[in-house]
Design a protein around this ligand. Structure first.
Ligand SMILES: [Cu+2]
Length: 481
């Protein structure tokens, strides 16, 4: 569990106006006792029974099946509606997760909902601890979950067993790609479109997956909330919204793309009630720990050109990005710069890691060449408020080398793959606006190409997977350009 050391060094809990609010932790930041308490609580929630047609009672008393059924019943209103991203997407799920957390706390008051930072596992989600501990993949052609801790769980919405047919070799969005989409979201509507249709959809698509018998996993369907990994995935989505709100409070904290005072059925809250997560009334007073996604700098007031309107906001990026901004944007590169004696820490984390490897990484991180390479038009990912009529055809930047490894290569520690595109079937089933999804995928490819072509760029996922790879003797030193 040495990986925890790096994580805890980087953990800086954001300061909340309300105090003391619960802080949701990334699954791997929990102690094994806390992980067990969470798994016990969801198992007990799964045993609970209630009247799933009656939403008027306190949702903290709902059964697990009730949550799955309500999510499916309101799915069209709260996800995609064809060409429109339903505005309540982030807000409705914020309430939904809050009630889920309350329901778990009615079983075990010590439980705080954990989240899954899937950016850390973007290159090989099926090898993730989180995925494994939440049941791993389904068995056989139908993908029924017969492994602990989900053995015997059923699908309240689809009927039959709970299913996963997660796609081997498929990839999710790495941190740099998610942050570039956040940086390119000048308002709530843009963030909703880019996160919902891109990184959020990818997790449902890849983890649910298509089964050998022609069926699909629950996460792939309207029954997604019947898979307990849904809640840790959506807590990450909620964290992304919170990070973005927090990056520019004067512009983003209260930004919403519909009537902020309409009640979000079946709950009694409005969007306004949950926009201000720092409210001191205690109801939605909570925060998130730092995790892999925080290793990439989120621009302050991204996509909102102009002078800062509040002392807490830093200036929006100018049209000609100064080298410093680029350097900041790719702060992952400087991850270890932030830590005194980073070479010693690397050695402590990765005992098998040779001095020369450490020096190589260190050298790349500090080299002027790597910074020079980073000078590019990073604002090209900014200010996407609408989907263009024609999605540009993806082309590798002529100055770039193709570096992305093939989908099945799990040994490449440095180069990121393009995220796996959404399946046509998933797009149809979930009523996703295909053009919007393809546009987001296009943007993500550009961001990944940039990262792959920065000399010395070391993604967080590489650092976190380093120990496992090194033990297997799979580590290959990075080739210089
Ligand atoms: Cu979802």
């Amino acid at each position: 569990m040495k990986g925890f050391l790096l994580t805890s060094i980087l953990t800086a809990v954001s300061v909340l106006a309300c105090s003391p609010g619960p802080v949701r932790q990334e699954w791997r930041q929990l102690s094994s006792g806390q992980q067990q308490a969470y798994l016990n609580a969801i198992n007990q929630l799964n045993q609970r029974q209630d009247d799933t047609s009656n939403d008027s009672t306190d949702p903290a008393t709902w059964s697990f099946a009730h949550f799955a059924i309500v999510h499916a019943r309101y799915q069209q209103a709260n996800h995609n509606q064809g060409s429109v991203q339903a505005p309540p997407f982030f807000a409705w799920h914020r309430i939904f997760l809050h009630y889920y957390e309350k329901a778990l706390q009615s079983i075990d008051s010590s439980v705080v909902l954990p989240y899954w930072d899937w950016t850390q596992d973007s290159q090989n989600p099926l090898s993730s601890d989180v995925y494994a501990q939440l049941g791993g993949n389904g068995q056989g052609a139908s993908g029924c979950m017969e492994t602990n801790p989900l053995n015997g769980w059923s699908s309240a919405v689809n009927g039959g067993c709970l299913k996963r047919c997660s796609g081997a070799g498929q990839t999710l969005y790495p941190a740099g790609a998610v942050v570039s989409l956040m940086n390119g979201s000048p308002n709530y509507a843009a963030l909703n479109r880019q996160i919902q249709d891109g990184p959020h959809g990818a997790v449902h698509n890849v983890i649910g997956g298509r089964c050998a018998d022609g069926g699909v996993g629950d996460m792939y369907t309207m029954s997604s909330a019947g898979d307990p990994i849904f809640y840790m995935h959506h807590a990450m989505v909620d964290k992304i919204w919170m990070m973005w709100q927090d990056a520019c409070p004067s512009k983003f904290a209260n930004d919403y793309s519909a009537a902020v005072n309409s009640v979000m059925a079946p709950f009694t809250q409005t969007a306004q009630d949950v926009l201000n997560f720092k409210a001191s009334d205690g109801n939605f007073c909570y925060g998130y720990s730092s995790s892999g996604i925080n290793s990439v700098q989120l621009n302050k007031c991204a996509g909102a050109p102009g002078t800062p309107t509040q002392s807490g906001d830093s200036a929006a990026p100018s049209a000609t990005a100064p080298a410093d901004s680029v350097d900041q944007y790719f702060a992952e590169l400087r991850l270890l710069d932030l830590i005194p004696n980073s070479a010693d820490i690397l050695k402590a984390l990765f005992p098998g890691f040779s001095n020369s490897n450490i020096n190589t990484i260190s050298h790349f991180m500090h080299s002027p060449a790597s910074k020079a390479k980073a000078k590019r038009d990073y604002l090209s990912y900014g200010n996407f408020t609408s989907v263009p009529d024609v999605i540009p055809t993806y082309q590798l930047n002529p100055g770039y080398k193709i570096k992305a490894p093939c989908q099945n290569d799990t040994t490449d520690l440095y180069n990121l793959r393009h995220p796996t595109p959404l399946d046509k079937d998933y797009i149809k089933m979930m009523n996703v606006d295909e053009k919007s999804a393809r546009h987001v995928e296009y943007l993500a490819k550009l961001a990944v190409d940039d990262m792959n072509n920065m000399e010395g760029y070391v993604p967080y996922s590489a650092l976190i997977n380093f120990n496992a790879h090194n033990k297997l003797g799979l580590f290959k030193p990075k080739q210089s350009n």
